[in-house]
Design a binder for this molecule. Structure first.
Ligand SMILES: [Zn+2]
Length: 328
């Protein structure tokens, strides 16, 4: 037997990346492909190793937070397993959206019937726009803050400005010493492409400090297999701060003029050559520093594309090297 030749677009054709630090991996999955773990008391999280969902069992039923389709019906299995073990109701009465993205809410329709769906008012608007039957609209919405009280339990939902998306909220469990905040910090791993596929770079960069303003010991960050810690947030913040500092250094030290002169009348070729050079210079030391520290930091494209986004934000939002020169 000969194996099929692996082309550049073959899934089998993977570069030899650095080993994943054991500390970046979560607990082993069961035969169904999920792990359910107690966060604190009656708050649990469910993971398939890549995505995370959470649920709270209460005297009056279960509240589910996010339903990534990759975990899908295993959320239901996890709820049933825990409810049976503790002799409490497995009826899901409430579902909370962290934000509108399909990869975190696309299995929301599993929880139908009498379930009350809760989300930010912008989540409702974006879900209306996106028109995906897998993500039913939240009936209960809020603008800034909402206290969800179910079966004697209390959860504080808050919108603190746009970050990963315009509608991404902070879900605080004050009686469980836990914060759930999705798609900004990946516990132990680098953000993926383009600032973790985020829309508001300044909001994304400032969000970890807001998360740290809350009292918590456990942090449900939405990705990978384990919960995040204060250390994970600190390493993430340092990684992003290093990219910003490196971007400023590269912007300040690389003269754009020779790139535009060399490109002649193809102005966009000059823009590309200049910005690619700045990005490469800014990203290279960060990739080197975090390889072996954050899992997958040696997938250079992730740090490069994130650096490009942050470098653009430094130029366009902050005005660095842009509004400092006004044509005389
Ligand atoms: Zn998202």
């Amino acid at each position: 037997m000969t194996a099929p030749a692996a082309g550049a677009d073959s899934a089998a054709d993977q570069p030899n990346y650095a080993p994943i630090p054991r500390s970046a991996l979560g607990p082993a999955l069961n035969d169904q492909g999920y792990y359910v773990g107690r966060v604190e008391r009656n708050l649990y999280y469910v993971t398939d190793g890549v995505y995370q969902s959470a649920f709270l069992t209460t005297a009056d039923g279960v509240v589910v937070f996010d339903a990534p389709p990759s975990i899908g019906h295993n959320i239901r299995r996890a709820v049933d397993e825990i409810a049976a073990a503790n002799g409490v109701s497995n009826t899901v009465t409430h579902f909370v959206y962290s934000h509108h993205h399909a990869d975190h809410g696309g299995a929301a329709s599993i929880f139908d019937g009498d379930v009350v769906r809760v989300g930010h008012e912008e989540t409702r608007r974006l879900l209306q726009r996106d028109d995906d039957p897998a993500r039913p609209l939240p009936e209960v919405t809020f603008a800034d803050q909402y206290t969800l009280e179910v079966g004697g339990e209390r959860v504080e939902l808050a919108w603190r400005g746009p970050n990963h998306t315009p509608d991404n909220i902070y879900i605080h469990f004050p009686e469980h010493d836990t914060l759930m905040f999705i798609d900004v910090v990946n516990a132990g791993w680098v953000p993926i492409y383009n600032v973790n596929l985020s829309e508001d770079v300044i909001g994304y960069m400032g969000a970890p400090a807001i998360a740290l303003d809350y009292p918590w010991t456990h942090f449900i960050c939405g990705h990978l297999g384990r919960l995040a810690t204060h250390d994970d947030v600190a390493v993430h913040q340092q990684y992003i701060a290093d990219i910003e500092a490196s971007s400023r250094e590269a912007l300040a030290s690389i003269d754009p003029i020779p790139f535009y002169v060399a490109a002649g009348e193809n102005f966009w070729a000059g823009v590309k050559a200049h910005l690619d050079t700045v990005t490469e210079r800014a990203a290279a030391p960060v990739i080197a520093k975090y390889t072996g520290v954050l899992a997958a930091a040696d997938i250079a494209e992730f740090t490069r594309t994130t650096t490009f986004q942050i470098m653009q934000s430094v130029r366009l939002d902050r005005g660095f090297t842009v509004s400092t020169y006004i044509h005389p």
